[in-house]
Design a protein around this ligand. Structure first.
Ligand SMILES: Cc1cc2nc3c(=O)[nH]c(=O)nc-3n(C[C@H](O)[C@H](O)[C@H](O)COP(=O)(O)OP(=O)(O)OC[C@H]3O[C@@H](n4cnc5c(N)ncnc54)[C@H](O)[C@@H]3O)c2cc1C
Length: 232
């Protein structure tokens, strides 16, 4: 798509760091997600309107769940019978393989480790996110959080992101959608179809890479279907 020079500089080493495997072993869909433009627009996405909610996602989520009972640090699997009893329908956004007790084996995920520091300077890197595409630098991205929300604090919070291999103990972030895992996922999906009181949603529940706008659209579509089904 971009020729060997740009591929080596921007894609190959970054992708191999991120996924912990050779680029030749990865599905092409990972790369096809990246927009290619022959102009000076340096935005990540092509969408006409881009941004994040004012104050960040917490603010919008807090408003959305204002009237709902929320329990944090509460794992569904720790009290499964209880949650199944109290709900007529469950929206499950955790790992689909875990839901079925890893019956067909573990689905693989990539995980991340974050190192956060506060620096006594107004500006550290001048940008919200910088990607490090070389092989030698162990982290893939550095975030400077204040630039997401135009902060003007005298100090700055900076996070380095390191890719790590996911285990059952680490947070799963990115589904590894290669042929082996997708074949396995399809087996779990067949079991999921038979769970009429559970809606499997999101990147872990449907083992799929989603950006925010895509996962929100998918949630709205699911709700619409549910409401229409209830009405008939
Ligand atoms: C490092 C990183 C950077 C990203 N950057 C961008 C970006 O710049 N732009 C963009 O559009 N998207 C970005 N994304 C993607 C975006 O974060 C996801 O699309 C979105 O969060 C997916 O929403 P979700 O509801 O599917 O999953 P999640 O946000 O992961 O929500 C799943 C929820 O289920 C809960 N859960 C899981 N298991 C259990 C359990 N057993 N019991 C109880 N609760 C459970 C979790 O705690 C979590 O709250 C990024 C993702 C990552 C990881």
């Amino acid at each position: 798509m971009v020729g060997p020079e740009v591929y080596e500089k921007f894609i190959k080493h970054y992708t191999e760091k991120q996924w912990g495997r050779k680029a030749t072993e990865l599905p092409t869909s990972i790369i096809k997600r990246l927009p290619i433009r022959f102009m000076f627009n340096n935005n990540y996405f092509n969408d006409r309107y881009q941004g994040i909610p004012i104050g960040g996602y917490n603010v919008i989520i807090d408003k959305l769940i204002k009237t709902s009972e929320v329990r944090l640090d509460t794992c569904y699997f720790d009290n499964r019978d209880y949650f199944d009893r109290i709900a007529r329908k469950i929206v499950f956004t955790g790992k689909i393989d875990e839901f079925f007790n890893f019956k067909f084996g573990d689905l693989e995920y990539r995980s991340l480790k974050f190192e956060t520091e506060i620096y006594p300077v107004e500006n550290y890197q001048g940008n919200a996110v910088i990607n490090f595409t070389d092989r030698e630098t162990p982290f893939t991205r550095v975030y400077e959080h204040k630039h997401f929300d135009f902060g003007d604090q005298p100090h700055t919070v900076v996070t380095k992101e390191y890719p790590i291999i996911s285990s059952r103990k680490s947070d799963p972030f990115y589904p590894v959608n290669d042929t082996k895992n997708m074949n396995n996922y399809k087996k779990y999906q067949q079991l999921a179809y038979r769970q009429s009181n559970v809606i499997f949603g999101g990147r872990l529940g449907t083992y799929r890479y989603y950006d925010m706008h895509q996962v929100i659209a998918s949630a709205l579509k699911t709700v619409k279907n549910e409401v229409e089904t209830l009405a008939t």
